[in-house]
Write a protein that binds this ligand. Structure first.
Ligand code: GLY
Length: 369
């Protein structure tokens, strides 16, 4: 990476860490999710986003060695024990919750309690596998639904296989990833958000709309989940079909980006001056593109690295909020348009992927996933 990029990334990292030093004390071991006027709410303890704040704090701890970040991240992780032992509210988002809290802690500190939390969560996740359909069941209110977001939960399974030296979890993850390749990927590189399976025969029964504009549209964050999730499946398995898939969906994302490289909430929504962007999709895609750039040949790297940088520079110049009187790091995230929820706000997962991507550019490329 050239010196200019490194200097830019270091400067951006400093702005982020200076802000986090203040907001970490304000938010403490809370559960920031979506912002209102730049200040975060406190999500329900079972909500899928509660790993992102400890994940950000672990990045801050690794970058600064300031114990304050570690102490708050550990408290967030302990608070999630209520969810882990309560069991009934756990779902496929075990990966989002415990990869970025417990697994991150274990990877950075060797904490044995954290390793066990990660392993318990991996067992819950593997237990959601439907053998007939070859998919991990998403939520608890539908038995036959699999969703593209789950690609980001698979790393917990790959990690668990390595942690206990037993391929069972890895095979579950690969079976799910192969089902996604078969049933979610479309010819143009875009993906379905949800696929419904018959829970006894495994046949596909419907393609529900989910969080996109329509069942056949291309929800921006789902597209980003597919880019990064397939890249991570490749990272753990070295199976080239996953890297090829990550590249295919990345090409769709890149070739449909608007002028400022920050995607509208769906690639197929009719756009006017009021159409919301989704900075979280842009940040997740950028971090996924950086991952792909690590795995491709020299001549291909520039496509992925260059586009990741275009997104990250635009986010930094046009969407990042470094002023510490606000808690959000990225504005203009969009959570759920069909349900009219959290549109054009700060979203903790957008912040997470932005921080993670800048950390990668600063050389902190070992992942918590
Ligand atoms: N995983 C839920 C979402 O992306 O909104």
């Amino acid at each position: 990476m050239n010196k200019d990029i490194q200097n830019w990334a270091k400067n951006t990292q400093k702005r982020i860490m200076d802000k986090l030093s203040i907001t970490a004390e304000q938010i403490g071991p809370g559960r920031p999710h979506a912002s209102k006027d730049g200040i975060y709410d406190n999500a329900d303890i079972n909500w899928w986003t509660n790993g992102f704040w400890p994940g950000i704090l672990w990045h801050a701890y690794r970058a600064t060695k300031d114990e304050k970040f570690k102490n708050i991240a550990e408290k967030c992780e302990q608070n999630l024990d209520e969810v882990l032992s309560g069991y009934v509210h756990t779902d496929h988002d075990a990966g989002f919750l415990w990869s970025l809290s417990a697994v991150a802690n274990y990877k950075l500190t060797g904490n044995e309690k954290s390793r066990v939390r990660g392993l318990i969560a991996a067992n819950y996740l593997a237990g959601r596998f439907n053998l007939r359909g070859g998919f991990i069941r998403a939520w608890n209110w539908q038995k036959g639904w699999a969703i593209i977001d789950c690609m980001m939960n698979l790393p917990l399974l790959y990690w668990a296989s390595d942690a206990v030296d037993d391929p069972r979890y890895r095979y579950v993850a690969m079976a799910h990833a192969d089902t996604v390749l078969r049933e979610f990927f479309r010819g143009d590189g875009s993906v379905n958000h949800i696929v419904e399976f018959d829970i006894h025969t495994g046949e596909v029964t419907s393609i529900p709309q989910g969080q996109g504009y329509s069942p056949s549209s291309a929800w921006a964050r789902g597209t980003a989940w597919a880019i990064y999730g397939m890249a991570l499946s490749y990272m753990y398995t070295k199976e080239i079909r996953y890297l090829d898939a990550a590249k295919r969906v990345a090409h769709f994302f890149i070739s449909n980006m608007p002028e400022d490289y920050v995607a509208y909430w769906d690639f197929r929504v009719p756009v006017d001056e009021n159409t919301p962007k989704d900075s979280s999709a842009a940040a997740c895609a950028a971090s996924g593109l950086l991952e792909i750039s690590r795995f491709v040949q020299e001549g291909e790297k520039e496509l992925y690295l260059g586009n990741a940088l275009k997104i990250l520079k635009s986010l930094t110049e046009n969407y990042a909020v470094f002023d510490s009187s606000k808690q959000e790091i990225l504005r203009a995230g969009t959570a759920h348009v069909p349900q009219n929820q959290n549109i054009n706000v700060g979203l903790i997962y957008g912040d997470y992927f932005y921080v993670e991507a800048i950390e990668k550019l600063c050389g902190n490329s070992a992942l918590f996933w």
